[in-house]
Design a protein around this ligand. Sequence first.
Ligand code: PEP
Ligand code: MG
Length: 894
Amino acid sequence: MAKKKSTAKKTDKMVYYFGKTKTDGKGDMKMLLGGKGANLAEMTSIGLPVPAGFTITTECCAAYYKNKRKFPTGLLADCEKAVKLLEKETGKKFGSNSNPLLLSVRSGAAVSMPGMMNTILNLGLNDEAVVGMANMSGNERFAYDSYRRLINMYGDVVLEVPHHAFEAEFDKIKASEGVHEDNDVSIQGLIKLCAEYKKVVKKHAGIDFPQDPMEQLALAIEAVFASWMIDKAVIYRRIEGIIGLAGTAVNVQTMVFGNMGDDCGTGVAFTRNPATGQNKFYGEFLINAQGEDVVAGIRTPQPVAEMPKWKAPNNKTVGKEAHATLMKIKTTLEKHYKDVQDIEFTIEQGKLYMLQTRNGKRTGAAAVKIACDMVKEKLISEKEAVKRIPAGDLTQLLLPSFDPAAKKSAKPLTIGLPASPGAAFGKPAFSAEEAVDRTHAGEQVILVRKETSPEDVDGMHNAAGILTSTGGMTSHAAVVARGWGKCCVAGAGEVHINEKGKKFTVNGKTFGVNDVISIDGSTGEVFSGEIASVEPKLSGDFATVMKWADKYRKLDVRTNADSPADAKRARQFGAQGIGLCRTEHMFFEGDRITAMREMILAENVADREAALKKLLPYQRKDFVGIFTAMKNLPVTVRLLDPPLHEFLPHDAKSQNELAKILGVKPATVKSRVSQLHEMNPMLGHRGCRLSITYPEILVMQVTAIVEATIVCKKKKVNAQPEIMIPLVGTKQELAQLRALAEETIENVKKAKKYTGKLDITIGTMIEIPRAALTADEVAEEADFFSFGTNDLTQLTFGYSRDDVNGFLPDYINNEILERDPFQSLDTTGVGQLVEMAVAKGRKAKKGLKCGICGEHGGDPASVFFCHEVGLNYVSCSPFRVPIARLAAAQAALS
Ligand code: PEP
Ligand code: MG
């Protein structure tokens, strides 16, 4: 018996038994018993063949850590009682030399963490029990093979003996017998190996391999508890965003053996195909093997469909019967769990046992198909189907993705941020110009940049994908790429770019303009070479799920779009209008950038107005296109937002070229560029502040909006523009600009002799904390609020949204932040401002329309929050519209 001092406070019930005598747990006790433990209890209760055992609760694990790695008082005594019950039920005895009971000890948290924590098999074998095992099974080889596996596994996992020390002994014995394969070692060789392994334990751990089975058990339980905090488990939880769990449960279960002979086997299976969703049992099995052999890939398993052909010398129908049992179990499990199950089973001398079941992880496409099929099969309701599909996984259905089979064999060079989903391959291009030129010349390129600026927009649009070494999820590259559904990996810090030399290095490998790379914007992975991809199919099931989602959701879903093409695409995805049309993106193409630069460089109002006049027709045309694409639906047009220096060339060559075009001295351009330089441009002269200084910019933009509306109305196109003024911090800013916008609307109507109604509303973005704090005042001047949560997050945390990636990983690693607040809304801090602003705004103006247009509008968790605080709509990039529709329905149904 382990002499572990037990000082910790006793928790409530610590050990939950499952077996014929009694079953304490239930399927809904995952938080307490872990997923595996809860389901073992549940499967036992519904009469499935589960080897008896018991589960130690996750609370015991939490208590173990709370009490400086000591077991809660009474835990071992409770385990001993449970073992006694197992002995009674199985007729076997722990440590017996005639009929030994052997146990497996496995981890199992509430959320599955495959392969991240420890497992020990064959526990209970010792020098005596191994003899008992040989007698009982009539198979001495099997007994000693199991014993050497236990000493090895136990040494590795519990006593931290280096694995190679065991390997070396095995190699010596194989060499002495002149054999190569483990299976060819003689029985005498295995007996000797067990003795040598025990010596290895003594040498490296300083203790004898424990012969007392209860001591083995105590140490094994402790090893499982300890594995909750090993690096890979901690990292896995961080990557998967698994938070709020007490710890791991420990499942102690009677061993059954798939490796006792030719009528034994083991396998894993899904009750339906997890990649496609097809309702076809999908699994693999190995004859005469233990479970770990299947997952470790030591031997190649056969498909379960082949199982009926399996015949053992002593049992001709073993495969047929096992297969029939599995099919019955599939129906039972799906009827019971009402979901696809991922199962592990073992066949011991022809009898099939269930070792595990859990809801099967599946692709987005499979999730949609399975949900629809299960509604048809009357297993679940429409509402359940809607709730069950992970909204974020819909992305996989809308964009091309790498062929999972092709990706499996490729190792990523590095992993950046999954900034914009999809899959792309191409040769690196190191500037926007180069990307455009090479694309036009027929090449497929990936734009590889340290970061991207609005000037790169053309290159980004032309490239097959974008890879940046800095920048976060709301960096320009990410926002723009998502809007287009263009694959983008951002912030890949290990990518070192030599723009001049036209090459980059990543982890010692160098890539030039002729080397092909592949990037996966859904995972952030970067690969060498071309990986095959598959095109999305928007199946009928997808449409069905969307129809159901629309039936239940309360939030409207709009899109962030600034071109007719994006608007059209978003409409196809179900967008109910545009929530954010960023007008600055319209000023970069072709001649427009020159007129824009002329406007910025103008030194007086008259020159500025002259330049703006050149921009007006472009703007009007853009708006006519967008309003037409979005006819009968609202379009929120945001007036110019970024600081003006973003539009100017910064290198001498481009400045000289611009001077030439504008007919001014290069020094004039240079001096105006440096005049516009700001220390903190994102906190500087941008947003509504531009129109306060240069009201003529607002006048031009509003004129373009109104003229475009009139053009549309005359063509019987019902345009519904809404003017949105960005970066407002005070009521006075909005009041002044609103008055100017209203005056402009009237002036244009008069000039165009238009007498009909236009109904153009004027609202504001709430993206400065002060605007949120004074939302009641601001509301007096606003017809609507739209929360710009990108800037609101930036300004509330004081983190630059463009540079945050420099330290954010440390914040996540150190658990200061649970997740990137630019991806998923910080509901406690930033969310409080949103909630308060909605309440204050609506108090001042009843029924004030409120929406969100920051990147959070397409993030399922943030959509939940938006539903809860009573927003009217969310607005997100076109490809995230279906995700937001589904998430909004899930929020309404939760
Ligand atoms: C925002 O700040 O949330 C927003 C939508 O505006 P932008 O990202 O263009 O600053
Ligand atoms: Mg903003």
